[in-house]
Design a protein around this ligand. Structure first.
Ligand SMILES: NC(=O)c1ccc[n+]([C@@H]2O[C@H](COP(=O)([O-])OP(=O)(O)OC[C@H]3O[C@@H](n4cnc5c(N)ncnc54)[C@H](OP(=O)(O)O)[C@@H]3O)[C@@H](O)[C@H]2O)c1
Ligand SMILES: O=P(O)(O)OC[C@H](O)CO
Length: 311
């Protein structure tokens, strides 16, 4: 741990891959870090007591229940909530930051998202990320706590866009994995990822996010990382589907959380309700459901009606 003249108290909720990596980054910067896990011996109350930052790296399925548990406890008025989860709540379609903000309407909430494969960060490889909040000073506070020579943290004024980028790219990462599992080549992958970004922008802008955010670290940046790395669980799910495994077989051996599976379901519903065209997402959904094979999904995508690139 380095010496820090102004150490902060950082409470991390979730001792999974990402919570642990973020805890290490803050600790290396000389901050005091406490990590809470539902399986650990420390109580949630003792971990969050007096925290400057309460950072959630809980997978989406647990966010609402953990937020409710935190709500039942005394929270320091100085605490800033940071969410690092990349998903959508299946019941409400809320983003993780919305769950935290609804639960704590008077507290600042900051989204942290970017091309951040935790295994690389744990190996002290350099990376960059974005922090975004409706309260810029809260994002700047988090920027200072996590920034280092190995982790470059940018502030961003569009929390919705930053959070959507990290969430939506998981669906395209599954598709990219399928593409590689089927050995379709570099041209196909480039086309898929580019058109995937178009889908992310289309639904993201309709959701209320700024278009340019999707071309930054939390959008294109995370899309490139996740679609090109076997370290990505979402990519791995797709790759194995493309290699002929069933989702049940894949999930039985998957290490950690692949949020894109659940996100795809929520997204397909939202896109249908709002008449938004998301052909790649729709095919990913059908493959995940076992309705069609990856080869059929490819043919569906290639044989769609002809159209202009920009529409
Ligand atoms: N890994 C990465 O590279 C990375 C990078 C950026 C963002 N993310 C995002 O960060 C989130 C977590 O990812 P991860 O890789 O850390 O996943 P993970 O290794 O599977 O860890 C998930 C964590 O959430 C906890 N959790 C799940 N449901 C819970 C509940 N109901 N109550 C309390 N705790 C619960 C788990 O606790 P148990 O261990 O007790 O189950 C675990 O600590 C995901 O949304 C992911 O998309 C991950
Ligand atoms: O392992 P994944 O697919 O959840 O990806 C991890 C991060 O989101 C990459 O930024």
């Amino acid at each position: 741990m380095g010496t820090n003249p102004n150490p902060k108290l950082v409470a991390i909720l979730g001792a999974g891959a990402w919570g642990t990596a973020l805890g290490n980054l803050a600790q290396t910067n000389g901050h005091q870090v406490r990590i809470w896990s539902r399986q650990g011996s420390q109580t949630l109350a003792s971990v969050i007591e007096g925290a400057d930052i309460i950072l959630s790296a809980i997978s989406m399925k647990g966010v609402s229940s953990v937020a409710e548990q935190v709500k039942s406890l005394p929270v320091s008025p100085k605490s800033i909530f940071v969410t690092a989860t990349k998903g959508l709540d299946p019941q409400t379609t809320c983003l993780p930051s919305q769950v935290w903000q609804i639960t704590f309407p008077d507290s600042p909430v900051v989204v942290l998202s970017g091309p951040n494969l935790s295994k690389e960060i744990q190996k002290s490889l350099p990376a960059a990320t974005a922090v975004a909040s409706s309260i810029p000073s809260a994002a700047e506070f988090v920027q200072v706590v996590f920034s280092s020579h190995l982790f470059r943290v940018y502030t961003n004024p569009d929390p919705l866009g930053v959070e959507l980028g990290g969430t939506l790219k998981n669906v395209i990462a599954i598709a990219a994995g399928v593409c590689d599992g089927l050995q379709l080549g570099t041209n196909a992958k480039a086309a898929l990822v580019t058109r995937g970004l178009t889908e992310m922008v289309r639904i993201g802008v309709q959701w209320g996010a700024k278009m340019e955010t999707f071309y930054g670290l939390s959008g294109l940046g995370d899309l490139l990382a996740t679609c090109n790395s076997a370290l990505s669980r979402n990519y791995q799910v797709g790759y194995q589907l493309g290699s002929g495994k069933t989702l049940t077989e894949i999930l039985a051996n998957l290490e950690g959380t692949a949020e894109g599976i659940n996100t795809t379901q929520v997204l397909v519903q939202r896109a249908k309700q709002q008449y938004i065209s998301m052909p790649i997402t729709e095919q990913v959904y059908r493959v995940l459901q076992g309705e069609i094979t990856p080869e059929q999904a490819l043919s569906e995508l290639m044989l769609r009606d002809m159209k202009p690139e920009y529409h």
